[in-house]
Ligand binder design. Sequence first.
Ligand code: SAM
Length: 280
Amino acid sequence: MSGIDTLPPLRAVIANHGLSARKSLGQNFLLDLNLTAKIARQAGDVAECDVLEIGPGPGGLTRGLLAEGARHVLAIEKDARCLPALAEIAAAYPGRLTVVEGDALEIDPLAHLRAPIRVAANLPYNVGTELLVRWLTPPTWPPFWQSLTLMFQREVADRIVAQPGSKAYGRLAVLSQWRSDARIAMSLPPEAFTPPPKVSSAVVHLTALPAPRFPADADVLSRVVAKAFNQRRKMLRAALKGVAPDIEDKLIAAGLKPTDRAEQIPLEGFCALARLVADA
Ligand code: SAM
């Protein structure tokens, strides 16, 4: 199933429900249904899937996902003003849209979802980054999701897909690429949104790997990488001081040079170091 639905245009929805954008909720809406359909298609084949959508707002992406044939969409929205607009969408797609009002950082969505599950969202970037890190570091792997299709500020998207040796390379790149295939699927200029944000945006698509690329404990890896990049201009032996006894020996045992900087270390090197730190 594909195509734009017969619900009112999103500008009319915004006007009918008085959905003036609130900065405090990071509300930059997508009102072009051709564009939201295109973003929904980046989520892959949703027909056999439940989709978790965070921050549906007036429902542009929600409508795209449903029109693309998503089996069931669970949409979590913090702004109660959006609920009547979302209820109209639920009525147009009987039994296929569940809306939960609340903060996505506080709600466990799994009670409402059935595998296989994909995630799609256009969220304020700080919430998006926090959720991304949580989704990448669950206690067990594989995670509940098959793929994540997430809108970020372009600068954050670049950090997710960055390679060693670049300024953008850091904790987000390591955690993302350790357990998923991550790529930038679409770039969007500020004018794509109402109101336009100050910067460009990009949709990142992450596909969960069946197993992490290299063995490591998620918490230890996360801690080591955070510390290494916290002082990214320092040599590793200084930046990682206190992470484990004899850190210089561990760096050498992991095949790394204690004089290297975090930016130069490939994913495999961080995982080798995290294993040695965990053993200590
Ligand atoms: N998805 C809609 C679109 O593309 O037009 C809205 C995008 S707008 C950038 C972000 C949405 O996330 C808003 O509707 C906002 O109310 C909602 N939101 C912000 N923080 C949230 C949170 N912690 N939990 C759930 N929704 C949140």
